[in-house]
Design a protein around this ligand. Sequence first.
Ligand code: SAJ
Length: 433
Amino acid sequence: MQYQRICVLGLGYIGLPTASTFATQGLQVVGVDINPQVINTLRNGGLHIHEPGLRTLVQAALVSGNLTIADRPQPADAFIIAVPTPFLEDKKADMSFVISAAESILPVLQPGNLVMLESTSPPRTTVDLVAPILEHSGLAAGPDFHLAYTPERVLPGQILRELIENARVIGGIDRASAEAGRDLYTIFVRGQIILTDATTAEMVKLMENTYRDVNIAVANEFSRLADRFGVDVWEAIQIANLHPRVKILKPGPGVGGHCIGVDPWFLVEAASDLAQLISAARQVNDSQPEFVEQLVRRALSVGNSSEGLTGKRIALLGLAYKPDVDDLRESPAIELARRLKAAGAEVSAFEPVKPAAQVPGVRTLPGLEETVRVADLIVLLVLHSSFLNLVPAQVAGLTPARLVVDAVNGFDRQTWESAGFRIFCLGNGKNNR
Ligand code: SAJ
């Protein structure tokens, strides 16, 4: 199939890079978003999200005239749905954006069109949810128009490169739909393109992120066990990973972001009787901030006689969900900040990648100096490069705090201790007692 004009619904972390990349490859692309602020920002040359290289790419796409921004779909050869699928309080997928995006295509859907779903979705969404909606047009999915699912698999921070280089799986509701999808993505994808059915492609995506979540959960559980047994989990992991078939991931304050902490729930929701390990892993990762809180209490009890948090001044370094990104969504650091505050501590936080971040319930400050100025204890929560470059002797001059909880094994114990700090590293049972 040949494509000249496409329509991308949802201009977020996936939709905007995808729309811009197609536009710079010469396609006429209409980027659609329902949020007027997003539309205004983009039309005025701004950008509402941060991703390395994205500003240049979007500007090139807009200046070429190939990318235009609209508030509703327009007739096109192909439609790509890249709207969010958040989860609700009860851990069930919120499919309302997918539903309304599919409905918004109805007035312009033509025979021969291709509709691609990219949003991470529970198994069978393409077949059981999206196809019936689109068929309200009077056209039949398969005979009259193509319908396929292709998951995005790009890593935030490296989206532009991975969009092009990663292997891409395209699952059609029939073979012709998968092939139509391949013809579209071949325009810019350099990685292998694998064709399958729609539900397999949905499941592949959920399996990838679930696999990672379960592996992080086991690392986090090891950190708890090591703490109890007087073992340094970081040393133990390093040694275990010398085994040719073992690759343990890193413990930390928990799993954040909009993908790994969310997607496994889609499998739990779809088959709670079967997905028991997956559910347990989620609970381990979700409760990891609580484990860090206990370490904070223990550290404070060393300098004091009680583990109480009331009135304790705690400075948090890092609020992003992972190193060197400005994304604060579902961040375990924020969960910890709220927990400490609820327990009576005076919490201040500094996020160097997004110094002006406003987080409800958390007192954020724009610089390191003001964050640690009156602290009793400092907690390192994100392995940002700028934190790794801190000089402990200089930090000692900025703060009265001499207790540090390192939740990511980022600070070199020797240099920090020789500058007068006492370090409590997550999962280091040799030193945390
Ligand atoms: N984390 C750990 N220990 C580790 C690795 C990660 O605690 O050893 C934590 C991070 O700090 C972060 C969370 O896990 O809080 C998730 O970070 P991540 O880098 O593992 O993944 P994401 O969420 O940024 O991106 C993932 C990727 N999926 C996989 O690697 C299987 C990416 O390829 C997907 O496209 C993305 O989810 C997505 O959008 O689904």
